[in-house]
Design a protein around this ligand. Structure first.
Ligand code: MG
Length: 339
């Protein structure tokens, strides 16, 4: 197996603001693994709050490369990948995705088939709107492609005015992501009461990631599902939060790829948790990887390719908010311009 990687800057169609800051794009590292004439693709998205820089991630991938060189099968490569303690999680995710893509191409099966997931994707994807003024939020809502659920980022003094602006023009399913912005108990309870009136499908990460007491208070004070995102990174965190929220947001970049994400979904189900499958502004490559697991999840927030302007891959599309993948083997995507 031969592994290579290169940096890629993903550009957003519009600047994207969440409670943690604003940005116009995201640095990524693309991974390719070749064997027997086939190439598997993977993607490490590196949003600034993760602290993993492209040079560091590429160095770590290149350091891992010589372990892969003599290997003949993806199963052994995934065991090595799981054992490695030095690779940053986004790098692990990219390598894991590329190994699954490669194996699918070699066996002429989709990754979904390799994983034994029979049913097709039926859940409607959310479309994310970042923090903005109520007027801008309303304008953006009116431009959301048909069929998508709306996911609204909140965490500014205009939150209620934004929700009112949304409901003036949209009465469909609405999801809310607070990105840790409710920092005290009184404010959280007051905001919760007001937000309930807008009937969101779920409320994501309302409070700081390590404040499990506040998370617990919020989730036990409302019938609306409260989903932990930043509080949950990898498999071990599921047990830590299981009693204090209703569900978890699983992202390949956070946990290290398709393999650990699949395990996390299984564990979450054993613990009675709901599962949201999320993303970090990936191109069609990382999103196609996550989408393999979509049939196992309650909600999917995989809108990366719609929000970016320079997707280097094709093969994934959205039909009335439902992700459709080419039936091609592996992840079902190909590099633009390549046959
Ligand atoms: Mg989130």
């Amino acid at each position: 197996m031969k592994i290579s990687c290169y940096p890629y800057r993903v550009e957003f169609r519009e600047p994207f603001r969440i409670a943690l800051g604003v940005r116009t794009g995201t640095d990524s590292v693309m991974v390719e693994i070749e064997q027997g004439g086939y190439t598997g693709y993977g993607e490490a998205t590196l949003p600034p709050y993760l602290d993993d820089k492209p040079e560091h991630v590429m160095q770590a991938i290149n350091d891992f490369a010589h372990f892969l060189t003599p290997l003949r099968d993806s199963d052994t490569a995934r065991i090595f990948l799981r054992a490695d303690q030095n690779l940053p999680l986004p790098a692990k995710a990219a390598i894991d995705e590329a190994l699954w893509d490669l194996e699918g191409k070699q066996k002429q099966k989709t990754v979904k088939e390799l994983l034994g997931i029979g049913n097709s994707i039926s859940n409607t994807c959310t479309y994310t709107i970042g923090i903005d003024t109520p007027d801008e939020v309303k304008r953006k809502v009116l431009n959301v492609p048909f069929g998508f659920w709306l996911k609204l980022k909140l965490g500014s003094p205009d939150d209620i005015a934004c929700l009112e602006a949304v409901r003036e023009v949209y009465n469909g399913s609405l999801c809310i992501d607070l990105n840790q912005s409710w920092t005290d108990k009184r404010m959280a309870m007051e905001m919760l009461g007001r937000i309930e009136e807008f009937e969101p499908e779920f409320i994501e990460q309302p409070c700081p990631k390590d404040d499990l007491l506040l998370l617990s208070m919020i989730s036990h004070s409302t019938d609306i599902p409260v989903i932990a995102d930043e509080s949950v990174q990898g498999p071990v965190d599921i047990e830590r939060v299981a009693d204090f929220c209703d569900g978890i947001n699983i992202k390949l970049i956070k946990c290290g790829g398709i393999s650990p994400a699949y395990e996390m979904i299984e564990r979450a189900r054993e613990l009675g948790l709901l599962v949201l499958l999320g993303c970090m502004s990936e191109t069609s490559c990382g999103i196609a990887a996550a989408a393999q697991l979509a049939p196992l999840c309650d909600w999917i927030d995989l809108d990366g390719p719609i929000l970016i302007s320079n997707d280097p891959f094709e093969g994934l599309s959205y039909n009335s908010g439902i992700i459709t993948l080419d039936d091609a083997p592996g992840l079902g995507i190909r590099k633009r311009g390549l046959v």
